[in-house]
Design a protein around this ligand. Structure first.
Ligand code: SF4
Length: 186
């Protein structure tokens, strides 16, 4: 498997990377998250990811940060609740770019760390991921449930062990305003 792994942050990525490397799958990471606001928050999350990838000897491709373009993509959906249509478009922007890059660079599989968070809807991410990969005939979206096989537990352990910065909101200014977040059990 030649895997391009879209990564959203170090806490969501650590257990997945441990799982993959333990099975001799060494992904290239793609940090593409123009949804994150403000820029300072974006830089902190990116640097945490980069630091951890370096420690594991994995390469990380740094995507563009164009928050203005992201705002255009979700225009009209600002008031949607988390896990609603705005999030679908947000996932689509990030995973379509992942699929395009994977296709250009000869990867056969893409995946994302987004689904490791209990705040996310796995089915929503998987549907967008499959659609993104479907635009490229030689590409597959790996829709593994990254919360099973002890990965959720390892996520918490590695977060503490590595002292990762642990953000308190999903990423954008609209998710930041969400007061009552209810985790999804899947
Ligand atoms: S809440 Fe999170 S997934 Fe939804 S639009 Fe904002 S950054 Fe994207």
């Amino acid at each position: 498997m030649k895997l391009l792994l879209h990564t959203c942050c170090a806490p969501c990525s650590a257990a997945i990377l441990e799982y993959l490397c333990g099975r001799e799958i060494h992904p290239v990471l793609f940090y593409f998250n123009p949804n994150i606001y403000p820029r300072e928050e974006y830089e902190i999350r990116k640097n945490e990811c980069s630091r951890y990838a370096n420690r594991l000897g994995l390469n990380m491709i740094d995507g563009d940060y164009d928050h203005a373009l992201w705002l255009k993509r979700i225009a009209g959906l600002e008031k949607e609740l988390e896990r609603g249509k705005r999030c679908t478009e947000c996932f689509r922007m990030r995973l379509s770019a992942t699929a395009q890059l994977a296709n250009e660079k000869g990867f056969d599989t893409i995946a994302t760390t987004l689904g490791s968070s209990r705040w996310k809807n796995l089915a929503q991410i998987a549907e967008v991921g499959r659609q993104a990969a479907a635009s490229h005939p030689n590409l597959t979206f790996w829709d593994k449930n990254w919360r099973k096989e002890g990965l959720s537990e390892r996520r918490g352990i590695l977060l503490k062990e590595n002292g990762f910065y642990n953000q308190q909101y999903c990423g954008c200014e609209y998710g930041m305003r969400t007061k009552a977040r209810i985790p999804v059990r899947q």
